[in-house]
Design a protein around this ligand. Structure first.
Ligand code: SF4
Length: 260
């Protein structure tokens, strides 16, 4: 079994409690939860029940923008840094921003202050991406003259802002693909992708910003994937209730409708 430490930071009980406290403060129906793909099916279904939408790291800005354009407030979960980097990318006003520290009542906010906020970010994070720092960027620029640095938006905001580019996994792949042969591209994301890119683009130098590995992703090997596919639908079967299936599908469907 392979999970995701970041997804585990938004457990159903905490999300249910957060939504009921936001109902109290903001009013039912006045907000739209936006949940990153790296979240459990149960949490996606809770979001689906509240008119919410799933997003990916490549479309988070379009999904948030859609919700705000409909006059809804937004709670973004579970990744604090994707939530904040999206907020910066959209040029939103800082006065609308608050954080949701999920172990705390009202996410650690004063309920009266929360009333005035319209973009609340859940304080979960990916330890693989928050492992990168400004020092790593500076070291890379010293080590590899004229290098290009690209990072994932799950990294901390100062790292994202100091890199040459940031974007989803697909964006990073295309960034490397479009680099002129001979270029050194320094990549800030999980090591497996960087190794794959280095293997594929041998006429470019592809190096990691820092060695940062996800133990969960390492559990997924080619042979395990093959075994699962060959033995479908019995091996590694995940059973979900019909309610979870219905509402998580709805949240996904809304995303597809919005991004086209
Ligand atoms: S790298 Fe690992 S912890 Fe981070 S989002 Fe991916 S699966 Fe989750």
């Amino acid at each position: 079994f392979s999970g995701c430490a970041m997804a585990d930071m938004a457990e159903s009980e905490d999300v249910i409690r957060a939504f009921s406290q936001l109902d109290e403060i903001w009013g039912k129906g006045s907000y739209s939860p936006v949940v990153y793909m790296n979240s459990s099916a149960e949490v996606k279904s809770l979001v689906g029940m509240r008119d919410g939408v799933v997003c990916t790291s490549s479309n988070a800005d379009r999904i948030v923008s859609y919700a705000l354009s409909k006059g809804k407030k937004v709670i973004f979960l579970p990744d604090e840094f994707l939530g904040y980097n999206t907020f910066v990318k959209m040029g939103l006003d800082r006065s609308i921003l608050a954080y949701w520290d999920y172990p705390e009542s009202f996410g650690g906010n004063n309920p009266n202050d929360l009333k005035r906020k319209s973009y609340v970010i859940w304080k979960g994070y990916c330890h693989v991406h928050t492992n990168f720092s400004i020092e790593d960027i500076e070291n890379a620029r010293r080590r590899f003259e004229n290098c290009r640095i690209v990072v994932h938006p799950e990294c901390k905001p100062d790292v994202v802002q100091s890199a040459d580019a940031s974007g989803s996994t697909e964006f990073i792949v295309n960034y490397v693909k479009n680099a002129i042969p001979g270029t050194t591209v320094v990549v800030g994301t999980e090591l497996n992708l960087i190794r794959r890119l280095a293997e594929e683009f041998k006429d470019r130098t592809i190096v990691e910003l820092k060695r940062s590995m996800c133990p969960n992703m390492f559990k997924i090997t080619l042979s395990k994937l093959r075994n699962t596919l060959v033995n479908l639908p019995d091996l590694n079967r995940v059973e979900l209730s019909s309610e979870v299936k219905e509402y998580s599908r709805l949240a996904l469907k809304r995303m597809l409708e919005i991004v086209g």
